[in-house]
Design a protein around this ligand. Structure first.
Ligand code: NAD
Length: 375
């Protein structure tokens, strides 16, 4: 072993020690009280535009929310607050995934509707989403996929604050190699598993599929599976089955087997990958919304990214806003505005206007106009 290697190993060991320290610190702050939106006098909704097609689709979702909540906005029980500065330009200039002043603004809100944000390849700038999930402790990523005519009604519960994802910007490079890390904690797994089983119980679901790669990632995924089963024992009447992520990607395409899946519980990275597949089965990423829920804050967004190529091709106005409008319906449910959520969901079902990214269909704005006429 030469001196350069020894130095690199010592530096890496020190980086690993710091990373573990941060994880222990995170564990200490993990248990917080849940906000009860049914009792909250004023709910502040922050709107974050994001990058690329973000401002285009977010503007339409914002119009829809403002129409649905007009009376409450006038009465002051709902406040809509525009949050500026979560742009790739500003994040790069500050060298922060969420610039400190923007984060301070975000923390004055209860819930957020967020447009997609660009994450540069390589470099060290962390994804704004990963940072947001960590800063606001948004541990449950809920992604519904529903295709009634195919008998598909899936709800994915993806763990949002652990796994490879959260440590992805903290890997180490040594001579001739690079190493990344993955973390799974007892508390972190228990709370996402509870969220999934609570959802199943409260929505008449009888089956939860736990999806990992525990045969290979024995420690982290092994822990995830074991704790999911401990939690399952508290929910009689709900059955639980384990699947490996590789076969699960195939199962989602397999008829009629896929119809049996109801609630699907996964660690972070697998959840990220498989929900894009599920969204594609539903009609594309432009049709899928998602919720990022914590005990105090919650953030709602489309599952897709900022579609930079659509912007480069000058087709940004044809980005489908259905994804973020569906996320808005999830936001309304989360803050206990169930009637408004149902009005929106029914209008979306009835809306015959389609947006196609090739420009043959309506623009995002035309879609929102048609939708709002149905509200
Ligand atoms: P992407 O989701 O932006 O695009 C994938 C494909 O889907 C492209 O063909 C795009 O044109 C299409 N598409 C996406 N949204 C659409 C919509 N609303 N209507 C019509 N077509 C749509 O994925 P990508 O190209 O891998 O990522 C682009 C950037 O977005 C990257 O910087 C990535 O890090 C970021 N990203 C952000 C989020 C987020 O903020 N939640 C999520 C994923 C990716």
């Amino acid at each position: 072993m030469n001196t350069a290697m020894n130095t690199a190993m010592n530096d890496a060991a020190e980086a690993f020690r710091k990373l573990l320290e941060a994880q222990f610190l995170r564990l200490e702050h993990m248990n917080t009280e849940r906000t009860d939106f049914s009792r909250k006098e004023t709910v502040t909704i922050g709107i974050i535009d994001g990058d690329g097609i973000g401002p285009i689709i977010t503007a339409q979702a914002s119009r829809v929310l403002e129409k649905l909540l007009a009376d409450e906005i006038a009465a002051g029980s709902i406040v809509i607050k525009q949050i500026y500065g979560l742009t790739i330009e500003n994040r790069m200039a500050c060298g922060q995934p969420i610039p400190a002043d923007v984060l301070a603004q975000i923390k004055t809100c209860d819930v957020l509707l967020k447009g997609p944000t660009t994450t540069p390849h390589g470099g060290t700038l962390e994804s704004a989403n990963v940072a947001m999930r960590r800063e606001l402790d948004l541990y449950a990523n809920c992604r519904p996929v529903c295709i009634p005519e195919k008998n598909i009604d899936w709800m994915f519960f993806r763990e949002n604050t652990e796994g490879e994802y959260v440590l992805g910007s903290h890997g180490v490079e040594l001579p001739g190699m690079a190493v990344d890390f993955k973390v799974t904690t007892d508390l972190g797994t228990r709370r996402i598993a509870r969220a999934a089983f609570d959802y199943a119980k409260n929505n008449g679901k009888t089956h939860v599929a736990v999806v990992t790669k525990a045969n290979i990632m024995k420690k982290t995924d092994g822990k995830f599976t074991a704790i999911a089963h401990e939690v399952a024992a508290e929910y009689p009447g709900i059955t639980v089955d384990d699947y490996y992520i590789d076969i699960m990607t195939a199962n989602l395409l397999k008829e009629p087997l896929r119809e049996q899946f109801q609630v699907i519980l996964l660690p972070n990275l697998y959840g990220d990958i498989i929900t894009d597949e599920a969204a594609q089965i539903q009609g594309g990423v432009g049709t899928a919304g998602s919720a990022n829920i914590g005990d105090q804050y919650a953030m709602f967004e489309a599952i897709h990214g900022s579609a930079p190529r659509m912007i480069q091709r000058g087709m940004g106005d044809y980005a489908n806003p259905e994804s973020i409008i569906k996320a808005s319906a999830m936001l309304l449910r989360h803050i206990c505005r169930v009637n408004a959520a149902e009005r929106l969901e029914k209008a979306m079902e009835a809306c015959a206007v389609t947006v196609t990214s090739d420009g043959a269909g309506a623009t995002a704005e035309q879609y929102a106009d048609a939708l709002m006429a149905l509200l």
